[in-house]
Design a protein around this ligand. Structure first.
Ligand SMILES: [Zn+2]
Length: 353
């Protein structure tokens, strides 16, 4: 069969929406603005997004058949970031990380500090001994949490002056995503994990609207807000029996996924994914000639793991676009995002003709 699936999806729509999502700050626990944008986009396409008490979003597409069982696809909007841990005597900020990353990956990055009264300040993340002109041990100085600080772009050199800006312990800090989409289709940005997958799910939604198609089984698209801290999708409505977590595919070492593939994860740190679902995803990728790879992610847990640990009575699988240098300066290619959406479309059994 010729690969028609990835041609039928609207690549331009997916990339444009992705670019917009990447620009909206959304560290775990600070996803209100991005969820409003998703709700607005869903409404534009003619769908309603409900919110759970925790703040996850859910779009239900009623099935054309009479099965009571629903299938869910989930992706997370939350990202890595930080929180102000203390205001230092020199007016700089000490931070505590949100999510798991190496401090080296944020050194020199521009950031925004979001105060609880809605103000926003710019700053830069630096080590406490950055300047080689001053510190003889600047190169060896360990980049760990205690040795990093934020320089705020305001007139402050004391704790009192910083506090008078309205900055306080518990304020959210977001990184400059540095989004670039090249004419060749490379997407370079922080937080492609997992906004690339969120864009893929909206690509699917846009296709269903345009093609006027409904899946046979009821489909729920769930957008979760605390995945990076481990409990994004821990709650699931009881009618869901199958879940596909759509999250970035890891690249490197002995893994075979590339930035153009849809990655199918057979096992991660939480154990093997559902055998039948994974086998069917591999079969569908072959059948539709979608570039894919099956991999084992050695240091990884997904929102499917969170759902299972939360007690959900479901079978679960994990797929997603290959993302290079994850939780650092990430890169993927438009092909990987479109191939992911195409495999999700194939799994619903919808015909594209
Ligand atoms: Zn992720």
């Amino acid at each position: 069969m010729e690969n028609q699936l990835n041609k039928t999806l609207n690549r331009r729509y997916i990339l444009r929406f992705l670019e917009e999502l990447l620009q909206i700050p959304s560290p775990s626990g600070y996803c209100m603005n991005i969820m409003n944008r998703l709700e607005e986009e869903a409404a534009k396409l003619g769908y309603t997004m409900e919110r759970t008490p925790k703040g996850n979003g859910m779009i239900t597409i009623a099935g054309s058949g009479d099965s009571a069982d629903a299938i869910a696809y989930t992706a997370h909007v939350d990202t890595l970031g930080a929180m102000v841990r203390s205001v230092k005597p020199n007016g700089m900020l000490r931070i505590t990380p949100i999510g798991g990353y190496n401090m080296e990956t944020i050194e020199g990055e521009y950031c925004l500090i979001h105060t609880r009264d809605g103000r926003q300040y710019e700053g830069t993340v630096l080590s406490t001994k950055t300047s080689v002109h001053v510190y003889s041990d600047a190169r060896e100085w360990k980049r760990d949490e205690a040795n990093m600080e934020i320089r705020i772009d305001e007139n402050t050199s004391s704790k009192a002056e910083t506090e008078s800006l309205g900055i306080a312990v518990g304020d959210i800090v977001s990184w400059d995503p540095r989004v670039r989409i090249t004419p060749q289709g490379w997407v370079k940005s922080r937080h492609l994990d997992d906004k690339a997958s969120v864009a893929a799910l909206f690509g699917l939604l846009e296709w269903m609207k345009r093609a006027d198609k409904k899946p046979e089984r009821t489909l729920k698209l769930i957008f979760s807000t605390y995945e990076e801290v481990g409990h994004g999708n821990s709650y699931m409505p009881a009618d869901i029996t199958e879940l596909i977590a759509v999250d970035m595919g890891a690249i490197g070492d002995d893994l075979s996924t590339t930035e153009r593939d849809v990655s199918i994860c057979a096992k991660d740190s939480s154990g093997p994914y559902d055998y039948e679902m994974t086998s069917r995803l591999i079969e569908l990728a072959k059948q539709h000639q979608l570039p894919y790879a099956v991999d084992i992610y050695p240091h990884y847990g997904s929102d499917a793991s969170a759902a299972l640990r939360g007690g959900s009575n479901i079978r679960a699988a994990l797929i997603g676009p290959g993302v290079h240098a994850s939780h650092a300066m990430e890169r993927t290619h438009a092909d990987a995002i479109v191939n992911t959406a195409a495999l999700l479309l194939a799994y619903l059994g919808l015909s594209v003709s």
